[in-house]
Design a protein around this ligand. Structure first.
Ligand code: BGP
Length: 462
């Protein structure tokens, strides 16, 4: 046993999402989601032209995968339900084969002493609903609450840790500001509406959960990285405050405190970007805050005051208020291009302790995507991913320190269990404890980090 011991019942495990791991996207009655559709019309947008159909095939191999999770000591696993697999058109009829599949997955996890954590939405809007505008459309808010309710009724007797959404800012920024995800719009007004409606949908799903009378807990998963200013100069400080407002507080405050930050509301009002709302929305936010917060952390956000005035005709984005800042001497994961800054995880947790009532939370994603890991195979065919072990360990040390200082952290999940399809990067960067060999029918092999993590779990620390 080392110096870093974690509390008894700490959640050790990993996270994944339906679209990234299920595969079998055109089988057993699944409806299309935006990823299936976008890949059909623009496969060139995806690394090596690989789409979501060719994922790790959890849909077929879940028993084998869960057996491996058990072997590696997991006590919890977060996955998402594919809305368009369960309800092919987003509303209306439920797909019985999907019910069977998710029931079997849950039962298999429970039989293996692994707590299922279910997330209801991970970037994968059913196509039928995106055709109506997706989160832009208030009808979709109601459709989500109904879908959530269906899930609670179907699975809530055995699942007691729920999440409404994963990183709701991603569909906003990637889909409506930066041309990274479908529907590839660039429209700030719509982006604000999408953010507002998805948060409202989350609150309504929480309301639906409470109305079921089930005894579990429900939360949301946010990537709440602090925005670090280049310097103490007031202009840099202001840049970071505004970046923090848009990227973090816009999601954290309504989810945890049930209200939007006044400064953000004022900025949007001044720019005439306030979303359409209905009279009792604020009450819904106020009354339906989360029990639990998932924190995803990969990289810090660094900003500085703007160097130049924005072009008057350029479309409006958050970068109207700040520039991104590349800090000299930063440590970087070259494969993903993301800075590695371990202390960021501690800063997030202290912020939650000091400004968000020390809400019960856990690290719901952290991880390192690396290209070409087969370079590190040893003679037994095991990937020697010492860089991943260092990455996890260095982050866990900061988590441990935050806990010693009173932060209410209940677990650590790696992104991800086995190598998954990574949205635009497809299979370029691998994140898993377990490698997936696409050339050999998705053959699974535990990496060195998987065995190392098992030891950490067995010792409840290192
Ligand atoms: C998070 C997402 C995950 C996962 C991860 C790694 O933001 O919740 O779905 O993909 O990032 O990012 P990427 O796959 O783009 O490398």
């Amino acid at each position: 046993m080392g110096d870093y011991t974690f509390p008894k019942d700490f959640w050790w495990g990993s996270a994944a999402s339906a679209t990234q791991m299920e595969g079998s996207i055109d089988q057993d009655g699944k409806g299309k989601n935006i990823w299936d559709h976008w890949f059909e019309i623009e496969s060139n947008r995806f690394f090596d032209g690989v789409g979501p159909g060719k994922t790790s095939q959890f849909y077929k191999k879940y028993k084998e995968d869960i057996a491996l999770m058990k072997k590696l000591g997991h006590n919890s696993f977060r996955f998402s339900i594919s809305w368009s697999r369960l309800i092919p058109n987003g509303t209306g009829e439920v797909n019985k084969k999907a019910v069977t599949f998710y029931t079997d997955v849950i039962d298999e996890l429970l039989a293996s002493d692994i707590k299922p954590f279910i997330n209801l939405f991970h970037f994968d809007m059913p196509l039928a609903l995106q055709e109506k505008g997706g989160w832009e459309n208030r009808e979709v808010v109601e459709a989500f609450a109904a879908y959530a309710n269906t899930c609670f009724n179907l699975f809530g007797d055995r699942v007691n840790t729920w999440f409404t959404q994963n990183e709701p800012i991603v569909p906003v920024e990637a889909g409506y500001l930066y041309d990274m995800h479908y529907p590839n719009e660039l429209d700030f007004k719509k982006a604000v509406q999408v953010a507002y409606n998805s948060l409202l949908a989350s609150a309504k799903a929480i309301q639906a959960y409470k109305q079921t009378g089930q005894s579990g807990e429900i939360g949301i998963i946010l990537n709440v990285t602090p925005a670090y200013a280049r310097s103490k100069h007031p202009a840099d400080q202001k840049a970071s405050r505004i970046a923090d407002l848009f990227f973090n507080r816009a999601f954290l405050d309504p989810s945890v405190k049930g209200e939007f930050p006044q400064e953000l509301v004022q900025i949007l009002k001044d720019l005439d970007f306030l979303p359409k709302t209905e009279p009792n929305d604020l009450e819904i936010f106020k009354e339906n805050t989360v029990d639990l917060l998932g924190v995803n952390y990969y990289q810090p956000r660094r900003v500085k005051a703007k160097e130049y005035l924005p072009h008057p005709e350029a479309p409006f984005t958050m970068e109207h208020f700040f520039d991104h800042y590349s800090m000299p001497g930063k440590k970087i994961n070259p494969h993903r291009g993301w800075e590695i800054y371990e202390k960021g995880i501690y800063d997030i947790l202290l912020n939650l302790r000091d400004n968000y009532g020390n809400i019960r939370c856990f690290i719901s994603e952290n991880g390192m995507g690396v290209e070409g890991e087969e370079r590190f195979l040893n003679e037994d065919g095991v990937i020697q991913d010492d860089y991943r072990i260092d990455f996890i360990q260095d982050h866990l040390k900061w988590v441990h320190k935050a806990m010693e200082e009173g932060c209410n952290v209940n677990g650590y999940h790696l992104w991800t269990f086995m190598d998954n399809w990574s949205w635009l990067n497809a299979y370029k960067n691998r994140y898993g404890f377990v490698s997936v060999d696409l050339a050999q029918q998705g053959k699974r092999t535990v990496k060195k980090s998987g065995w190392w993590f098992k030891e950490v779990i067995d010792n409840n620390g290192f």
